[in-house]
Design a protein around this ligand. Structure first.
Ligand code: PFF
Length: 455
């Protein structure tokens, strides 16, 4: 029966369309904005190595599991989990895993949209020549950034614009526009990152940047860095909250899930590494601090754009592409909630989008103010933005991913996952099963234990 089952929300037109959409979800602010600044905060090479290990051993097996579960369930993650649990003769409370994902998606999107708003504003800053100033360019770019994030009105404006854009895409459903946009977006983003790497090569600190990223010094990491690296593997691959599951639910039969997962994870990792290779040489060449936090790319790249020939065009193009990369991710953050509202509340997609969008927008104000008028307000020693980021990326996504692995490895019938994955070779299937049964959950668990000081 599952052979012919279709999602009521539509389907991708081909395997390539799914790869594009999933890559669109994975590649976003996480790669270009977050990866460089957390690498900078966590000392470079050793952190990068742990992150790569997490992508390979935890991320890819869980991506295969999430896609497979989505395609088998063919509904929003909440309903998919309920159906799959029922099929496996397990307790239906597994559907709370879907709920966890919906809540996590709202929380992430609330701050994601604010940062994407920064990127939109930087498109206009670049176009209007704001990256060119008299005197010291480092100082000029730092002032530009500080003045900007200090203004709540500006941040609210750009955040609102990004939320509107997100909802405008989600309202049309999965195939409307998204496939075509990502088809053009990904190669362009890649090309522009290569231009930036070219610039970094001539910055005079290229080797220093490479050493920082790829020469591991294990004394620079601790349990918290390892947790951040693991959390980022989930974040950057869009795992642990149902985004990839809901995209999997629109995937036609007969597509190799394992192969597509490798391609998506590979493309995602390549973009993150390229972003790092482009940014760190600029950081060192200008005597900036790699650990300067969430403002890192906004404080470094404009210096480069301000100095390079054609910088106005490249700078503008770069931030435009960053906005689109963020957009193709943000829609996947809210799609699980919208799909569920349509399925269970019998409301139109449009209404579902309005409600989900409004709620996220409102939550986003917390992040906006945490950079200015509420910057002294701390909970657990963190600003609202830092708290949301920590809670979602370091805790909720790994917890969600842990349970996805446990479900795929231990609860789902072997016959079902085997059927759905259609991995031709038995050893390859066994390897995947071994990873989701033992390696991925144990790794997540150990990282958590390590952080709370039990290990
Ligand atoms: N993977 C996206 C990025 O790296 O920017 C962010 C993201 C999208 C996280 C979807 C989680 C998610 F479910």
């Amino acid at each position: 029966m599952t052979e012919t089952k279709q999602s009521i929300h539509g389907a991708w037109s081909s395997r390539f369309a799914f790869i594009l959409a999933a890559t669109g979800s994975a590649v976003g602010l996480g790669n270009i904005w977050k990866f460089p600044y957390i690498t900078g905060e966590n000392g470079g090479g050793a952190f990068v190595l742990v992150y790569l290990l997490c992508v390979a051993l935890i991320g890819i097996p869980i991506m295969i599991a999430e896609t497979m579960m989505g395609r088998r369930g063919r509904q929003s993650p909440i309903n998919t989990m309920q159906t799959l649990a029922r099929d496996a003769g397990a307790d239906e409370s597994w559907h709370y895993l879907g709920w966890l994902g919906v809540v996590t998606g709202f929380l992430i999107l609330s701050y994601y949209s604010v940062i994407a708003g920064w990127a939109i504003s930087y498109v206009f800053k670049s176009l209007s020549g704001s990256f060119y100033g008299d005197g010291d360019s480092v100082d000029h770019i730092a002032k530009l950034f500080d003045g900007f994030i200090g203004s709540p009105m500006q941040l609210v404006f750009w955040h609102s614009l990004f939320m509107l854009a997100t909802m405008a895409v989600v309202v049309r459903g999965v195939q409307g526009g998204l496939e075509k946009a990502v088809r053009f977006l990904m190669p362009s983003l890649f090309a522009l990152l290569l231009v930036m790497v070219g610039y970094a090569m001539s910055s005079g600190a290229y080797q220093q940047g490479l050493d920082f990223m790829f020469d591991p010094d294990f004394s620079k990491i601790d349990g918290h860095s390892i947790l951040t690296a693991m959390g980022h593997a989930f974040f950057t691959l869009s795992l642990g909250m149902g985004a990839i599951m809901v995209y999997g639910s629109y995937l036609p039969k007969g597509v190799s899930i394992a192969k597509t997962s490798f391609i998506v994870a590979g493309a995602d990792t390549a973009v993150a590494l390229l972003a790092g290779i482009a940014i760190f040489p600029i950081v060192f060449a200008n005597n900036l601090e790699p650990s300067s936090g969430p403002g890192l790319i906004f404080q470094t790249l404009p210096i480069a754009f301000g100095q390079m020939s054609g910088g106005l065009i490249f700078g503008t193009l770069f931030f435009i592409l960053l906005v689109f990369a963020a957009l193709s991710s943000s829609i996947s953050l809210i799609e699980p909630a919208v799909a569920w509202l349509v399925e269970n509340h019998n409301i139109t997609r449009k209404k579902a989008c309005v409600w989900a969008g409004l709620l996220t927008w409102l939550l986003g104000l917390g992040t906006v103010f945490s950079f200015n008028i509420w910057s002294d307000f701390k909970l657990f020693d963190r600003t609202i933005f830092n708290l949301l980021d920590y809670l979602t990326a370091n805790l909720l996504l790994p917890i969600g991913g842990f349970f996805v692995a446990v479900f795929a490895g231990w609860i789902m019938l072997r016959q079902h996952s085997e059927e759905e994955l259609e991995i031709g070779s038995a050893p390859a299937y066994d390897l995947w099963r071994f990873l989701v049964r033992y390696v991925s959950p144990a790794a997540v668990f150990l990282v958590f234990l390590n952080v709370v000081g039990v290990l």
